[in-house]
Ligand binder design. Sequence first.
Ligand code: PLP
Length: 440
Amino acid sequence: SQQNEALFNELSGLDKKHIIHPSTNPKLHSEIGPKLIFESGEGIYLKDMGGKTYIDGVSMLWNVNVGHGVKELAEAAYEQMTKAAYTTTFYGYSNEASVRLAEKIAKVTPGDLNAIFYTSGGSESNDTAFKLSRSYWDIKGKKDKKLIISLRRGYHGVTIATQRATGIDAYREFSGSGDPNIVNAKPHMTECELGDKSHPEYEGSIRSIIEREGADKVAAVIVEPIQGAGGVHVPPEGYLKAVRALCDEFDIHMIADEIICGFGRTGKMFGVDHWDVVPDFICAAKGMTSGYVQLGGVIMREEIRDTFFTYDGMLPHGFTYSGHPTACAVGLKNLEILERDGLIENAAAMGEELQKGLNYLEDKYSFVGNTRSRGLLAGFDLMEDPAAGKPFETIKAAATVVEEAYKRELLIRPFDFTPGMNIVAIAPPLIVQKDEVEKI
Ligand code: PLP
């Protein structure tokens, strides 16, 4: 309507003037303004101010796991807000929602990952895991164990430490800063990490970095069970178990960045559950509340918790919103919905349907290759000749496909941050149904 158009134009003008957007081209944005201004959402659908309805094919930022417009989550927030919207967990204070959620998370995490340090998001969680790992080694008298090893194509956030752990150059190099105690392994989830010294990329593997730097300098290795923002990469069989074994061999922490994978995205509660691996830390955020409010956490094994329990002084770490009661109340309800409605099982089943669709694309189009998925975390490559491994050199194929999908009212995501890379990601909410998968 004309009224909507006038409102859109007003907001667009104000947006251009007053907001710098994340992961957006600022020059272009200052010229053209926002592409969409969302108005409302229901299930897997989002409506924009222009009245068009889009399928949210990536759950916005892979986080809206239960889908949009779930009133029960709003009610959980309302109930908590009208009791006490915010109380702090500093100074030994506590609140029921954060305790109940911590107990519930202890039940759904693998092994003895039974204690949590709450944060407000993913970067904060990874940053906190680095600090907790390093201070654990301090407590143990191993004060030189400071190095964090991460992987190429890993995405771990944008704080000064996590940007350095991120193995995507644009993020890693931005603003020229970063924690120098973080090194990126060069190879990306290849067999050399499994100990294959004949692999051409062995030099620069996690193992070779540990051997080069000395295990007494290394605090932790951080990996995403399935890499997301690096272009959806499922590790080779045995990979995560090998990383676990490497960490055990050298007395190093294994941090699983489950910020995308956690809470059902891959068809199991956590990504590591696919390979029966118990890391020392799980970092969570996103799906922990399905994005309804900001919440994250670092979940750790009992031995790490107990080591902190020997620390007899003030622990100088924490965020104003650590254990935020409203966020935790939403997190608790979100987990209840995931389990009650069988959404993780649905993600597994619908993931198979989605993979069938990707297989169809791969059969039908010569330029579609490497289709891959676990549950509802899926991706594929666009290449001039996938069989020969020949990338498109000049064509922005992923951006083109995503733009064409957009014209057909489907929101999906391109990854093309290095020359020749053309990856498309699909990750709809876990409530998606078979006919909707077919539509996607
Ligand atoms: N780790 C992973 C695997 C992520 O995908 C993200 C965000 O996309 C982050 C960390 C950072 O989380 P946040 O943006 O909440 O700080």
